[in-house]
Design a protein. Structure first.
Lengths: 367, 271
């Protein structure tokens, strides 16, 4: 058993993290441990024609071209099969971690997930061994992935019904007390510890009222562990340190071998949900990488630039006058002090990837 | 033999409770989402603290429906032969719970406490006991501090000054911090609406778990200080229930209840 008292040093003295106790029986797999073989590398694929913003219709052939270009740019492979086979084989059981918290409109696009599934099948993965998964059943089923993927692909929620711990591994958890709550544990999904051999992480491009943005790291962390909302019960949250702490827990860290950020649509305020259409926008891009920090670093710029263009306060603005717990859909305000620093924190304290843009290799392609 | 000595009783329709019987609250959970609170935790109306505070007292519940079963479980857990006045549905629910309780193996173990509380009889101390019970912090009520405990609580002292008496929640969290979660004899994970009680001695332990909501709790994880290799689960409404994932974790034993309806009793032993 690996018992780690992860009282990692804080970036700022005033942000001293709580004492985390990390309990896991799983060792790291050095060959796949995040940030994986392409540290600091991101393939950024844009297509103006990927979505008709009036009808919200996504063009599947364009998505397929973007997936092809992104995977080849990331891996250097000449052919699609070669690119996918560098990560996956017929013996794998693969979890596709979608994000459906902004559903029904803002979610891992079924067209993107469909393209990923077809690519996996093309390298010999059996549909029965492909799982599309999310924590909450109601969010997951609202998307209807079953209409886009071959028969046999499993579409499962971890927490069915909500608040049930049965889908979580009782022996793999992070324990800490944020504010004196009774239940101090967050357990990792059993699917991750017991079923999957590999995970593909498919987050959206969204602002998040507590963590600043929600991208690769947060989709992994808060999408695979129980009892995580307790980190943002108050305006000063614990998202800065909690997200990286969770994302670094084995075997999650070693099993997540690929991140494909779905930035066809995005949310620039009020996230992670998408209650108000006026805060949606259309970056029309996909980002590929094994390094979640590098992709999330680019996401920060994407959301920050959009907010600046809309006249909204910066993600980094911590001034008390913008905090209003009842005004989450007023873009001049926010319900929490955002913690966009969680990405750099994860890089510095857990080595989850490259945060320095000067050290990143970003390949931008237009389809 | 607890089961034989301290069974709750049903008051027949129209019967008056014994003179001097103290009425207890209907055991339940109240969700107060629109009210500010320190934790957003649901509010549990539980009476364990009250029963422990007045062990010789006669108590009566006036409840309807399934609450009668919950009341019976609560009274039994804290060793009260309380009277339960209920409607027809409640009488049925009570009867089923009483059958369950009577079928439990008899044990005679002392309650476990991690600290002492000196009871001055005040409302503030009563509210503190209430909060401690709801937080699954195991205490023993004392007349004077017990030197066997690392922590003894008396409101109004230097350690727990009068301002703590005005806000028992602060005192409760201070007590929790003084004990340390790792040193607590009972921990419950996966629900904020389950209250437990622990009896232990001579290599055996009995855990009582009460779910104060009408909804089942799924996957409740429990941690008990002490090494136990065997656990037998008796769960009301779930005759085939078995513990899952029982194992040692350092100085403690952990196990999972796949499902908890109203009441469960777990007997732990070394063999």
């Amino acid at each position: 058993m690996f018992l780690q008292l992860a009282a990692a040093p804080a970036l700022l003295a005033s942000d001293a993290p709580p004492a985390y106790k990390v309990v896991s029986h799983y060792p790291a797999a050095k060959s796949t441990e995040t940030p994986g073989p392409y540290r600091g590398t991101v393939a950024r694929i844009h297509s103006e024609g990927v979505i008709d913003t009036g009808s919200e219709q996504i063009d599947q052939p364009t998505i397929d071209k973007m997936l092809s270009a992104g995977m080849k740019a990331l891996t250097g492979a000449k052919a699609d099969k070669e690119a996918w086979a560098s990560f996956f084989s017929s013996s794998d059981v693969i979890g596709i971690k979608v994000n459906c918290s902004g559903a029904p409109v803002i979610r891992a696009s079924p067209e993107v997930v469909s393209g990923i599934v077809r690519s996996l099948v093309s390298v010999g993965v059996k549909p029965d061994n492909i799982y599309i998964y999310e924590r909450f059943l109601d969010q997951l089923t609202s998307v209807h992935y079953e209409r886009f993927v071959p028969a046999g692909v499993q579409i499962v929620a971890v927490e069915t019904p909500r608040a049930s711990l049965l889908g979580y591994d009782p022996k793999t958890y992070v324990e800490c007390s944020f504010f004196g709550e009774d239940d101090t544990r967050s357990n990792l999904a059993r699917l991750v510890t017991e079923r999957f051999t590999k995970i593909i992480n498919v987050p959206n491009a969204k602002e998040h009222q507590a963590s600043g943005v929600t991208g690769c790291l947060k989709n992994l962390a808060y999408g695979d562990f129980s009892n995580v909302a307790r980190s943002h019960m108050r305006e000063k949250t614990n998202t800065l340190s909690f997200i990286g702490t969770l994302a670094a827990v084995e075997p999650l860290r070693s099993k997540c071998v690929l991140n494909i950020m779905d930035g066809i649509r995005g949310v620039w305020h009020g996230g992670p949900f998408s209650e108000d259409k006026k805060y949606r926008f259309y970056p029309k891009l996909l980002m590929f990488g094994t390094d979640p920090v590098a992709i999330d670093r680019l996401l920060l710029d994407l959301i920050e630039d959009k907010r600046k263009a809309e006249g909204a306060p910066s993600l980094w603005d911590r001034s008390p006058n913008i905090i209003d717990r009842r005004a989450h859909l007023d873009f001049h305000k926010n319900t929490f002090i955002r913690e966009p620093g969680h990405i750099e924190y994860a890089a510095k304290n857990f080595g989850l990837g490259e945060y320095d843009k000067n050290k990143m290799k970003v390949t931008s392609l237009e389809i | 033999m607890l089961a034989a000595l301290l069974l709750p009783s049903l008051l027949t329709a129209g019967a008056e409770p014994p003179a001097g019987a103290v009425k207890l609250n209907e055991p339940r959970v109240q969700y107060r989402n629109n009210e500010a609170s320190a934790t957003r935790s649901p509010w549990i109306d539980a009476n364990g603290w009250h029963i422990q505070r007045s062990p010789g007292q006669t108590f009566v519940y006036q409840v309807k429906g399934e609450a009668a079963a919950l009341a019976a479980a609560e009274a039994f857990t804290y060793g009260s032969g309380a009277f339960i006045s209920a409607d027809a549905a409640g009488a049925d629910a009570f009867g089923k719970m009483l059958t369950f309780i009577k079928a439990l193996p008899a044990v005679d173990l002392p309650p476990v406490a991690d600290f002492g509380v000196v009871d001055d009889g005040s409302d503030a101390t009563g509210e503190l006991l209430n909060l401690l019970t709801r937080m699954n912090l195991l205490y023993r009520i004392e007349k004077n501090p017990d030197p066997r405990f690392h922590v003894n609580v008396r409101l109004g002292t230097k350690e727990f000054p009068p301002e703590d008496a005005k806000n028992p929640s602060v005192a409760a969290h201070k007590i929790r911090s003084l004990i340390g979660d790792d040193n607590r004899s009972l921990r419950v994970y996966g629900s904020e609406v389950v209250i437990g009680r622990l009896m232990a001695g001579s290599g055996k332990a009995r855990v009582f778990l009460i779910n104060y909501t009408p909804r089942p709790v799924l996957g409740l994880r429990v941690r008990i200080r002490g090494a136990y290799s065997k656990g037998e689960l008796q769960a009301s409404g779930l005759p085939d229930a078995r513990l899952a994932d029982l194992g040692q974790d350092g100085p403690a034993t952990e196990f999972t209840l796949p499902e908890l309806h109203i009441f469960a009793v777990i007997d732990l032993s070394h063999n």
